[in-house]
Design a protein around this ligand. Structure first.
Ligand SMILES: Cc1cc2nc3c(=O)[nH]c(=O)nc-3n(C[C@H](O)[C@H](O)[C@H](O)COP(=O)(O)OP(=O)(O)OC[C@H]3O[C@@H](n4cnc5c(N)ncnc54)[C@H](O)[C@@H]3O)c2cc1C
Length: 422
């Protein structure tokens, strides 16, 4: 059997651990189903659902992963070619610690999958003054003993001669805790490995189905089929307000974010990984990575966040953002002034207040979990979210008990603010 932790171990500890984790009034839900039904149905095969399904399968459960368009489909938030992993989170130290742990898991998974998915590099944050978030971040890096450098403008000019630092006073440089991840590829591999390990995958739209008291008994598919299971996880990203309008629509906003790839000059590796570090621009806004096959990537700041429907919205670039991006690239990378845009992406972000995740039991059902609210930063945490959600479902103590409260649905204010990506 391929499980890392056996089902027997899992179920033995459940009644006790689960009862301790939940209010005394809640009945301990069984995780395993009888007959031919899956134990657990995971709806959504993005970064949150894909990793959760894999982790649960590895723990020995019979898992059905359902996605309406397939893993890494271009409508999903997890579908971009690349996503960054960084530990620089401003004052949000909890996510710094999560990112450090997640990067270790990414490296281990990459070795296990036998495929290069993680491209380590420095990440430089450009600033013209010590913003409160950077001050807090410096202390967090010191506390976590994460290596960083502060370089002033003259040193930056020597280190990264391909960039223009005229408006930059200093940069906070994250040394070992940042990388670029091949995102789309990673999600395809995660689903492949899940299936190789005995997980079942199905393309379908799944919605909350019938219930018996506080237990959902099945999800209903778009073809009318009902699929029963003991436990359900909904990791629906930008679709979560459609799936659970009453509880999720007030808590998240689904907005559009765009980025572009500019073609690098021929035979010139200055703007490509690993010579070009990932960067975040606190002066002009936006962030980018060195070219990994597709071109120098830059995403201008989101400009207020336009709401969009993840199913029906066209994914064509906005001319104004293309112009802002092109002007920025020409200014920050003078030798890229006339570079052509080679590719564009328009993605969805599902953001909760303060960009915090929502990982909680559904208020109406003891056997339904929601893993959501990845905002513009959730991808990097995928493997850790898989472990974390599996622990929560199994009623085991998680590695970060403070997060359990932090991620509660009721801990999230109704949503007005818009997060930023990366
Ligand atoms: C432009 C952009 C840049 C970003 N950059 C970074 C970055 O650099 N670093 C980082 O860590 N994070 C980044 N993020 C955030 C990160 O990509 C997301 O937080 C993360 O991918 C969210 O994953 P998810 O699984 O919640 O959602 P998704 O990836 O959208 O997955 C949800 C899946 O559920 C399926 N689904 C939904 N409803 C149903 C249903 N009813 N039935 C069946 N299937 C359903 C969908 O088809 C979809 O595949 C970025 C996001 C954006 C938009």
């Amino acid at each position: 059997m391929i499980d890392r932790r056996s089902v027997l171990t899992a179920s033995a500890g459940l009644a006790l651990a689960g009862a301790a984790a939940r209010p005394a009034s809640a009945a301990a839900p069984a995780i395993q189903a009888s007959g031919g039904s899956p134990d657990i149905v995971v709806v959504g095969a993005g970064a949150f659902g894909g990793w959760t399904a894999l982790e649960l399968r590895e723990r020995g459960f019979k898992v059905l992963s359902i996605d309406q368009y397939g893993p890494a489909n271009p409508r999903a938030a997890s579908a971009g070619e690349t996503r960054s992993i960084r530990s620089g989170y401003g004052a949000a130290g909890m996510y710094s610690a999560w990112a450090v742990k997640a990067l270790k898991l990414w490296n281990a998974r990459q070795a296990e999958f036998g495929r290069t998915l993680v491209y380590p590099n420095d990440r430089i944050e450009l600033a013209d003054r010590w913003l409160p978030g950077l001050v807090a971040q410096r202390k967090i890096f010191d506390d976590l003993k994460l290596p960083y450098e502060i370089l002033k403008q003259p040193e930056l000019r020597v280190r990264y001669p391909q960039m223009n630092f005229d408006d930059v006073d200093f940069a906070f440089i994250e040394k070992t805790s940042a990388a670029v991840i091949k995102a789309r590829e990673a999600m395809i591999v995660v689903s492949e490995v899940f299936q190789k390990k005995g997980g079942e995958f199905r393309i379908a739209r799944a919605m909350a189905g019938p219930a018996a008291g506080r237990r959902m008994t099945a999800v209903t598919l778009n073809n009318g089929d009902a699929v029963g299971a003991a436990t359900f996880v909904f990791a629906c990203g930008p679709w979560s307000p459609k799936v659970f309008p009453k509880i999720m629509a007030p808590k998240v906003r689904v907005t559009r974010s765009e980025y572009f790839y500019w073609g690098v000059p021929p035979g010139d590796d200055r703007f490509s990984w690993p010579r070009q570090p990932a960067w975040h621009d606190h002066i002009s806004g936006g962030y980018g990575f060195g070219s990994l096959e597709r071109g120098l990537k830059y995403s201008p700041a989101s400009m207020g966040g336009v709401t969009q429907d993840p199913d029906t919205a066209e994914r064509l670039p906005t001319p104004l953002l293309m112009k802002i991006g092109t002007d920025y690239v020409g200014r920050r990378f003078p030798a890229m002034r006339d570079a052509p845009i080679l590719e564009t992406r328009a993605c969805n972000m599902e953001s909760a207040a303060d960009d915090d995740f929502i990982i909680d039991r559904h208020p109406d059902f003891d056997n339904v979990w929601i893993a959501s609210g990845g905002g513009g930063h959730g991808f990097k945490h995928g493997p850790l979210i898989g472990e974390y959600v599996a622990d929560r479902i199994m009623g085991r103590p998680t590695f970060d008990p403070a997060a359990d409260k932090h991620f509660q649905l009721t801990a999230h204010a109704d949503q007005k603010a818009v997060g930023s990506a990366e």
